[in-house]
Design a protein around this ligand. Structure first.
Ligand code: FMN
Length: 250
């Protein structure tokens, strides 16, 4: 536990060992002690264990290896369906199909997912977030039979780690993101200094070379998170969320 937080990392390769259902239930129970908006617990999690359904989900996560080899896939959803039903069945008129409520549900599910992730890792499990959940949300929602007001937000692939030790991934120094009293904006010199270590990291240097780029920043803008893809997936997700019951102001 002592150095867990400074040494943890994402695990993308898993052994064949199955994660016991009662362990997952216990981790989920503990994770649900996470704080939520007004204690409304605006989330649901769908556990996918069967080979058949994992194989159906894998292409929706672009066949990422972590997704294909995981013992379990947990799809975390923002969920106002359950709470709205509770209100309606109890003579209360819900007013939650709006942006503010959607953000509350996003916060609840994100905190819950990360609480789950931390507890799972502390129990010796390896986890990998799959951000591709938002890219193919309509297909994932249809496969998992999600009703209106239930929006898939993030997936965690989980299993026992295949390899015992892995180097922690580099981080910016805290000076890069801690501001005392007021936000202090960044000059070019400060940005250069703060990102220097990341840019000189051997793995990141390799990415730059392999992708024939001049800078690490270009690996992000031109390859990993392009404007074109971000705009395509923004529209897909936005339209899906609107179609599924949340009305955002135009
Ligand atoms: C919202 C979110 C989405 C992510 N999506 C993916 C993903 O689709 N595939 C993947 O391999 N890792 C994914 N990750 C893991 C990050 O790549 C990883 O956390 C980051 O590179 C730092 O590495 P570390 O977790 O080993 O410290 C995601 C993490 C977060 C928080």
């Amino acid at each position: 536990m002592n150095n867990y937080f400074s040494t943890r990392n994402t695990i993308r390769e898993y052994s064949d060992a199955k994660v016991p259902k009662d362990l997952i239930d216990k981790i989920i129970r503990d994770a649900a002690q996470a704080p939520t908006t007004g204690n409304m617990q605006l989330y649901s999690v769908i556990i996918t264990e069967s080979r058949e359904n994992k194989d159906l989900l894998a292409p929706l996560h672009f066949n990422q290896p972590a997704c294909k080899n995981a013992s379990l896939l947990l799809t975390f959803c923002a969920d106002f369906n359950r709470f709205e039903k509770w209100c309606k069945f109890n003579n209360a008129i819900p007013g939650y199909r709006n942006f503010q409520s959607f953000i509350s549900a996003i916060l609840d599910v994100t905190i819950f997912a990360q609480q789950f992730n931390t507890i799972a890792e502390l129990n010796g499990l390896g986890c990998c977030y799959l951000g591709t959940t938002t890219y193919n949300a309509p297909e994932i929602a249809s496969l998992l039979k999600l009703p209106e007001l239930v929006i898939p937000v993030i997936t965690i692939a989980i299993g026992y780690p295949k390899n015992s030790v892995q180097e922690p991934t580099e981080r910016l120094s805290i000076e890069a993101f801690v501001h005392n009293e007021f936000y202090k904006d960044y000059s070019k010199e400060t940005i250069d200094r703060l990102y220097k270590e990341k840019e000189n990291n051997p793995t990141n240097r390799k990415f730059v070379k392999e992708n024939n780029k001049q800078t690490l920043a270009q690996v992000f803008t031109d390859i990993r998170y392009t404007k074109e893809n971000n705009e395509i997936f923004s529209k897909l997700y936005f339209d899906f969320i609107n179609k599924n019951g949340f009305n955002f102001p135009k």
